[in-house]
Unconditional design. Structure first.
Length: 495
């Protein structure tokens, strides 16, 4: 495998995929129930803290500082991990990361691995890459297990199987568990307790047998070389402690400078994601320790487009994301379209700004993602590190329409405008010309007012897509400039 990002390169543009999703009543009901429940709980959990705004600002500053000095902190991280007995590998893209992991697994002589839930390994398509090398990867997070058994794709950052209801999960377990290991118990119902017990029994034998574990990490502490995984089920801790070899694939942006910095995020992440005061399981490991945990530890530091994103002073905000998924749960577009419509393992508002930067805007799906938003700003309001997602969306829309300078694979390039935006570019150029010439603007306003009875109710041509779902604003009988001149006489000092 090669390239900087796996995703789904042949995936249709967002409007086409979303159109199908909004006509699925079961999907919409599942998403509406889940997102409303999660965001209500989050609001209560955040409301308990009188200093939430200060914590949010602290998190923003830590992330901003780290990204501006990431080169220095990554070198420090490598030194700290190596001093603690770990081995650090650098992967420029998905293909290189997958090759490193496959080689490390083969060196152990094993043909299967257990995995902690990891967005980074989904991003690079690690499971498929390992399967091509004769290595089977078993997901152990409950939601990821559901997705894997159902031959499905994740649709949410925190709850990958959010699009499934209990009845669907029960059917997947009964139909598929036997082919992957221990079959589902006879007479399995769709009650949560029974479904969780079926998953526990199915996974327990894998935990006890596996010699190799694969994980990501929520944070990496540069000063000590410590990696951190937060979770709610305990499966992560089993994968992190029982295997003899642990391989962690982590994006370079997950670095934080010090333990003191980590303390801020251990307060904001659980409240923003699972609406808990703290995560039930917070696992931390620093290299290797004789007689405790894996005997061999490998850290694969993943770039895969992150350095290119870092070069964009506006777009780099996306790298501050701590994967809490709060923005998905308040987004009206995500609630109706679902995660699959985004064509990426990163759905929702954060995916709409992260994926086009990691993958580029050359494909139909990536060129359409910056438009997968109403720009309502709800995502910014709930983000625990204050990423201004609407600002980045507008920035990326400009890049799609106008093209312009960018960085790709470490090289400065000039992007061509995406197809299908010629009319938009022409309209913007015309507006720029008119707004720069007061006389032309005045004449245009007067002409529009005097011909307002002749104006159509919908726009022709490419504008039909916009006016098909919106009312065109009525043109006033008199331009503002003429009204001002008539009522105030243009007198100086008028308030």
């Amino acid at each position: 495998m090669s390239g900087t990002f796996v995703g789904m390169p042949a995936f249709p543009a967002f409007p086409e995929a979303a159109h199908r999703a909004v006509h699925d009543p079961v999907l919409r009901a599942n998403l509406r129930h889940a997102t409303h429940t999660i965001r209500a709980k989050r609001a209560r959990a955040v409301g308990e803290l009188s200093d939430w705004a200060e914590l949010r600002e602290a998190g923003r500053r830590i992330k901003d500082h780290t990204l501006r000095h990431l080169d220095r902190y990554l070198v420090q991280l490598e030194e700290s991990v190596t001093a603690a007995g770990g081995t650090v590998h650098w992967a420029a893209d998905a293909g290189e990361a997958n090759a490193i992991v496959a080689r490390l697994v083969k060196e152990t002589g094993e043909s299967e691995v257990v995995k902690v839930k990891s967005m980074a390994t989904q991003e690079i398509g690690l499971n498929a890459a390992l399967e091509a090398e004769g290595i089977r990867a078993y997901e152990t997070d409950l939601a990821e297990l559901i997705v894997q058994l159902g031959r499905d794709r994740p649709s949410h950052i925190l709850v990958p199987a959010i699009h499934r209801n209990r009845g669907e999960i029960r059917d997947i377990f009964v139909r598929e568990m036997g082919a992957w290991g221990r079959p589902a118990p006879a007479g399995l119902t769709d009650t949560p307790a029974e479904l969780a017990e079926a998953a526990r029994l199915h996974l327990r034998e894998k935990f006890l047998r596996a010699k190799v574990g694969v994980s990501g990490a929520n944070f990496m502490v540069a000063e000590t070389g410590t990696l951190v995984v937060v979770e709610s089920e305990g499966n992560g801790r089993m994968c992190l402690t029982l295997p003899e070899t642990l391989i962690s694939v982590v994006g370079i942006e997950k670095t934080v400078p010090t333990w003191r910095d980590l303390e801020v995020f251990l307060q904001t992440l659980p409240r923003s994601s699972t609406a808990e005061r703290m995560n039930p399981y917070t696992s931390m490991w620093t290299g290797t320790t004789d007689g405790d945990g894996p005997r061999t530890f490998h850290l694969v530091l993943l770039d895969n487009g992150r350095t290119d994103t870092l070069a964009d002073q506006v777009g780099r905000q996306a790298l501050a994301c701590i994967r809490c998924s709060a923005c998905l749960n308040v987004c009206p577009v995500y609630e109706r379209a679902g995660g699959h419509a985004y064509g990426s393992v990163y759905p929702g508002p954060i995916g709409a700004i992260l994926s086009p930067q990691l993958r580029g805007t050359g494909s139909d799906i990536d060129a359409s993602l910056p438009y997968a938003s109403s720009l309502c700003g709800a995502c910014y309001e709930v983000c625990p590190v204050a990423i201004d997602i609407p600002e980045v969306l507008v920035h990326l829309r400009e890049r799609v329409v106008q093209g312009g300078p960018a960085v790709r694979q470490g090289n400065r390039v000039v992007l061509k405008p995406a197809r299908g935006h010629a009319a938009e570019r022409a309209a913007m150029r015309a507006a720029c010309w008119a707004l720069a010439r007061p006389g032309a603007l005045r004449t245009g306003q007067r002409l529009a007012s005097r011909t307002r009875r002749l104006h159509p109710r919908t726009l022709p041509g490419p504008g039909r897509a916009w006016s098909g779902t919106r009312d065109l604003p009525a043109v006033p009988a008199e331009p503002f400039r003429d009204w001002w001149q008539r009522t105030r006489g243009g007198k100086d000092g008028a308030e």
